[in-house]
Design a protein around this ligand. Structure first.
Ligand SMILES: [Zn+2]
Length: 90
């Protein structure tokens, strides 16, 4: 798969300090927008559990404009870029 996601902007949109769950919305260079759901592991490191493409633009991989699972293959790549931009909630 030649898709090379490039996160250009990312923001923490929700955070629950009680259970450590938080969400980041990340925008890619190709205008794809994804929501990432994180939990914190036992050592406090964030771990992405889900990624969903927001339905603003067709999928850059399969070109569907409805739900697909393409982004899940890039979850780790997009997640690490998103955390660099948005940081981790304390
Ligand atoms: Zn797709």
């Amino acid at each position: 798969m030649a898709y090379n996601p490039q996160v250009v902007d990312a923001k923490i949109v929700s955070h629950n300090p009680k259970n450590g769950l938080f969400e980041i919305v990340a925008q890619m260079k190709d205008r794809t927008v994804c929501r990432l759901i994180y939990e914190k592991d036992a050592s406090g490191q964030p771990r992405p559990t889900h990624i969903n493409r927001l339905l603003k633009e067709p999928c850059p991989i399969c070109r569907k404009d409805f739900l697909c699972n393409c982004m899940s293959k890039f979850k780790e790549t997009i997640s690490s870029q998103a955390l660099e931009k948005a940081g981790t909630p304390q």
